[in-house]
Design a binder for this molecule. Structure first.
Ligand SMILES: [Zn+2]
Length: 119
């Protein structure tokens, strides 16, 4: 399963197609819109329309896998403009829903200069 066009937004930094999922800890995580069979994140659309994400590593029993779960890459891992993912970086991404997150009035000007360093 992959996100629909209403769920997909674009990374403000590299303009790649991404979507947001909520992790088990309640954080919002940007994922690449295109599923990746090698991705470390399992995500599926949950009740209420939010995508739910969890780490592949958290699954110890294959029987625990949800039939609709699909593997994705975290966008922080593939973003061409950002090399590290932090919660502080999230406001730099455009949110899919105006109610979920509002753009910062300063337009994100406080974000540190971009670096192209790769891990
Ligand atoms: Zn990006």
């Amino acid at each position: 399963m992959r996100p629909n066009t209403l769920e997909i937004t674009r990374c403000r930094d590299c303009h790649a197609e991404i979507f947001f999922a909520v992790t088990e800890s309640g954080a919002r995580q940007p994922l690449d819109a295109e599923p990746d069979p090698a991705g470390p994140v399992l995500a599926r659309r949950g009740a209420g329309g939010w995508w739910l994400a969890r780490a592949v590593q958290s699954v110890t029993d294959p029987n625990e896998l949800h039939p609709l779960e699909t593997r994705f890459m975290p966008h922080f891992a593939t973003c061409r403009k950002r090399t590290r993912g932090t919660q502080e970086a999230l406001p730099g991404f455009e949110a899919p829903s105006p109610a979920a997150a509002r753009p910062r009035p300063d337009g994100g000007a406080a974000v540190a200069p971009l670096r192209r360093r790769r891990r």
